[in-house]
Write a protein that binds this ligand. Structure first.
Ligand code: CTP
Length: 410
């Protein structure tokens, strides 16, 4: 749900001063794995050059119905699109689209598609508030076009008011949502995710760590946000955490820091996913200075860290769903089932890290889901985002079953 990988997005850019922000939208979409085909109107070309989009997008910029390589570019683009996003959309674009005019490549493409369309208006406040413009927007929205923004804020020329283009990330999220078929089953929910491996310092230079990259936890955070959740992502790899307006990243390094952050945030969360690989032991003493080779072999005494998941199991709030992970090298199901019971989790996501292409640092994973009612489901090798989807589906299902009598949704 909401995954942009391989999805074909037509990015329409019309002639407003906010056209430069479409460059950022283009970059975010491409970074998320989408195939972006840009269409710039003549007006857009007065504000931004096509060279920028040529360099960033997946196809060269198209501007005209008449002088492209393909004889009927609007049907190729319209029929092939998984979604079309117009950013920014001028008052003229809104009027043309509303009345079904197809005077240029962008409007013709909008008419030649059955894909979801997202329109992001941006203009001066006086123009935006014109009844004609408002009526066009309402008619388009009633026809199922997703209207994103505009925001209030500073406009060109120093004016302040309604008409500013929505933030690029908000636009990208709207595209994700449109592609997910609008599945917003986590709307209104708070999801806490931990991601990455903790580092337990020995001295200012060395630490005890593990091979977790944080990719599976970050995929869970991105998927939960795409499904409408407010996401709190406690990560040891914050630079790799997904970027979204509804994801708050809390950077931590050690097991103790992670325990403190989770202890603080968990009471407000409806779902907790302990995807992080938390160190089980840490050095008792941390040297203030680098331990030198000349001083001989250091003796590192270790002490146990707190088990964050087990603590969550003991202190869960009503209705909260707690999900643990088990990275195993032997006896996958037995070990995972033992952790499920011992830690009081509702669900354990178990993976065999010795299997090909799974686990640490891979982009793919294969897991077995074990729930506290004895349910078991296999998720075969898939991208970590798809695995995240299956894990979230299972967690949402547990909460639904638990709340069935109490009238609470997902
Ligand atoms: N976990 C935790 N706090 C710890 C250790 C682990 O919250 N100090 C969580 C992990 O985030 C994961 C689950 O417990 O969700 C299982 O972690 P794992 O390392 O597989 O289990 P351990 O309890 O450490 O058991 P073992 O090392 O014996 O496999």
């Amino acid at each position: 749900m909401g995954d942009l990988t391989g999805r074909r997005i037509v990015l329409g850019v019309t002639g407003g001063i906010a056209a430069y922000k479409a460059v950022e939208v283009c970059r975010h979409l491409v970074d998320a794995g989408a195939h972006v085909a840009p269409i710039l109107t003549k007006g857009a070309l007065r504000f931004v050059g096509s060279a920028t989009f040529d360099a960033l997008a997946s196809e060269r910029v198209q501007t005209s119905l008449w002088n492209e390589e393909h004889p009927i570019p609007h049907t190729r683009l319209g029929q092939g699109a998984d979604a079309i996003v117009v950013c920014p959309a001028t008052a003229r674009l809104l009027a043309d689209y509303r009345s079904g005019r197809s005077g240029d490549l962008l409007t013709a493409t909008l008419l030649a598609t059955r894909a979801p369309v997202i329109v992001c208006p941006a203009m001066h406040t006086e123009m935006w508030e014109q009844p004609a413009v408002q009526e066009n927007v309402q008619v388009l929205a009633a026809r199922g076009v997703e209207i994103v923004g505009p925001d209030e804020g500073r406009l060109a020329g120093g004016d302040v008011g309604a008409g500013r283009l929505a933030e690029p990330m908000v636009i990208v999220e709207a595209v994700e949502r449109a592609l997910s078929g609008g599945g917003r089953d986590l709307e209104g929910r708070t999801v806490l995710v931990t991601a990455g491996g903790t580092r337990e310092p020995i001295c200012p230079v060395r630490y005890i760590g593990n091979r977790s990259s944080g990719k599976q936890g970050h995929a869970l955070a991105a998927e939960a946000a795409a499904r409408g959740a407010k996401v709190l992502c406690v990560s040891t790899a914050p630079g790799h955490a997904p970027d979204a307006s509804t994801i708050e990243v809390i950077a931590v390094e050690t097991a103790a820091e992670m325990a403190a952050a989770v202890g603080h945030l968990a009471p407000g969360a409806d779902y907790v996913f302990m995807a992080a690989a938390v160190a089980d032991f840490r050095p008792v003493e941390v040297s203030d200075e680098k331990i030198k080779k000349a001083d001989g072999l250091p003796e590192i005494r270790l002490e146990p860290t707190a088990d964050i998941l087990a603590e969550l199991g003991r202190t869960r709030t009503s209705g909260q769903v707690i999900v643990g992970f088990a990275a195993e090298t032997t006896d996958l199901r037995q070990n995972a089932a033992a952790k499920l019971a011992a830690k009081g989790a509702d669900l354990i996501v178990a993976n065999d890290v010795t299997a090909p292409d799974t686990g640490f640092d891979h982009d793919t994973n294969a897991v077995v889901l074990l729930d506290a009612d004895g349910g078991e489901a296999e998720v075969p090798l898939a991208g970590k985002r798809q695995v995240a989807r299956a894990v979230l589906d299972a967690a949402v299902d547990i909460r639904r079953r638990r709340m069935a009598g109490g009238g609470v949704g997902s």
